[in-house]
Design a protein around this ligand. Structure first.
Ligand SMILES: Cc1cc2nc3c(=O)[nH]c(=O)nc-3n(C[C@H](O)[C@H](O)[C@H](O)COP(=O)(O)OP(=O)(O)OC[C@H]3O[C@@H](n4cnc5c(N)ncnc54)[C@H](O)[C@@H]3O)c2cc1C
Length: 401
């Protein structure tokens, strides 16, 4: 189908990604779920294919491709139906390493970013803490200057890739904040911390879904980190995060789009194959209307995501549209997964079924990268601002993740 956003070369790239995922990834994905992580070999393979650096500059072996190439990759990743797999790869390629590419100095880019793009090192993004999630002003992990080092103390939770990561991009407090919250959102910085430094501890965090993302709780106890691992300027972390989170939401939305498509395909197959009361289940009006509603919402979601991506590609920071895309697609994925499980009856409820995994995995996406309530807050504020609305970016110090 013709599209204002995707060209023939995007279509060819989609075929290439789909075939790679079908042969190199999908046959092994169930065992990675059990192992709670991806093996090193697959990171290397993804790096060799260029999939870990599609947006990153050529100077670090990235592809420097347009954003819609990444959208194709992410949608196909979502279509695998493995939420943990998609989280692991996207956190590495679009979330943690984004900050190195956007504001990291030449040495950090040459060392950490280039090796991550090649799949030689695995990256994680560590923002959330046991006492601070959506409200960044409560972040309490500190980095105290000590000569040419920082001494880092604190705990990060829900770190996707935490069990596998060679380095973490960590949001830390380098100065007391001056604005709202007990500690304030100012005074935050981003620091690269190697996971093998003395004082770093990593413990697995069992989660309902996203199993192959290998979530961990990471402790930093008097960890001495060279000062040149600071990403960008000190105390500018909040500003960097607010910009980076727009890409993160767009990525989350695209993955959810792919996940919804996969779930719809699986459900359609079941409905057409399942025979009862003298015909195919798909011939009954109740499932047919339910699928019609979901397919319509999916078509609308696709336009929302692609429009937000197009604005982003124009160099705007479409905060409202990115929040709308994230909110709408991740909630739609939950709705789709719920319908899919219901419509497949006991088959869907089996622990080992694709429908059950989709149901578990979909629940993560309305929380991670900013809960739906926060998305609604941001959208509501933007829409209700005088002379504002969708199309006018909203980034303010009251923003949350
Ligand atoms: C599967 C998974 C993977 C994750 N991976 C990472 C990762 O790799 N790195 C990382 O740093 N973090 C990660 N997170 C953490 C995620 O970013 C946080 O869960 C999220 O920011 C919310 O923080 P919280 O869970 O502490 O909830 P809280 O901030 O305590 O909020 C609890 C609940 O309160 C509600 N709420 C929050 N704010 C508002 C508001 N303004 N108005 C009304 N209601 C509100 C929401 O329902 C929210 O779920 C992950 C989370 C999940 C579930």
């Amino acid at each position: 189908m013709r599209s204002p956003y995707f060209t023939h070369s995007h279509a060819a790239f989609r075929e290439q990604v789909r075939s790679f995922l079908a042969t190199e990834v999908l046959p092994h994905a169930p065992s990675w779920e059990g192992e709670r992580g991806l093996p090193r070999t697959v990171w290397k393979l993804l790096g060799e294919q260029g999939y870990l650096g599609l947006l990153h500059p050529r100077s670090v072996d990235g592809g420097e491709r347009d954003l819609f190439t990444s959208l194709v990759f992410l949608e196909e990743l979502g279509r695998t139906g493995f939420g943990g797999l998609r989280a692991a790869i996207s956190v590495h390629a679009y979330m943690a390493t984004h900050y190195l590419a956007a504001v990291g100095g030449p040495e950090l880019r040459r060392d950490y970013l280039a090796s991550a793009v090649r799949g030689e090192r695995v990256a994680a993004l560590a923002i959330t803490e046991p006492g601070a999630g959506a409200d960044l002003s409560r972040l309490a992990t500190t980095a105290e200057p000590d000569g040419d080092h920082f001494v880092v103390r604190g705990t990060k939770s829900m770190v996707s890739n935490g069990m596998a990561a060679d380095f973490h991009v960590v949001a830390i407090r380098t100065a007391p904040g001056t604005d709202s919250g007990p500690r304030g959102a100012t005074g935050l910085s981003l620091l690269v911390i190697d996971s093998d430094l003395p004082g770093v501890t990593v413990a697995p965090t069992p989660t309902l879904g996203w199993h192959s993302a290998g979530a961990a709780t990471v402790g930093y106890e008097d960890v001495r980190v060279p000062a040149d691992r600071l990403i960008g300027r000190a105390n500018s972390g909040f500003y960097y995060l607010m910009r980076g989170l727009q890409l993160e939401r767009l990525v989350a939305a695209t993955l959810a789009l792919g996940g919804t498509e996969r779930c719809l395909d699986d459900t359609r197959r079941f409905l057409t194959e399942r025979r009862l009361f003298g015909g195919a289940l798909s011939e009954k009006q109740a499932p047919s209307h339910r699928i019609a509603d979901l397919a319509t919402e999916l078509a609308a979601a696709r336009q929302l995501v692609h429009h937000a991506a197009w604005l982003y590609e124009q160099g705007e920071l479409p905060a409202t549209e990115c929040s709308m895309a994230k909110l709408y697609t991740t909630e739609l994925e939950c709705k789709m997964a719920d319908a899919s499980l219901q419509l497949q009856g006991a088959h869907g409820y089996l622990d080992s079924s694709d429908a059950a995994r989709a149901y578990r995995d979909a629940r993560a996406a309305t929380i991670a990268a900013g809960p739906s309530e926060v998305m609604r807050d941001l959208i509501g504020r933007s829409v209700l601002k005088p002379q504002a609305g969708p199309g006018s970016s909203h980034l303010g110090s009251g923003d949350t993740i």
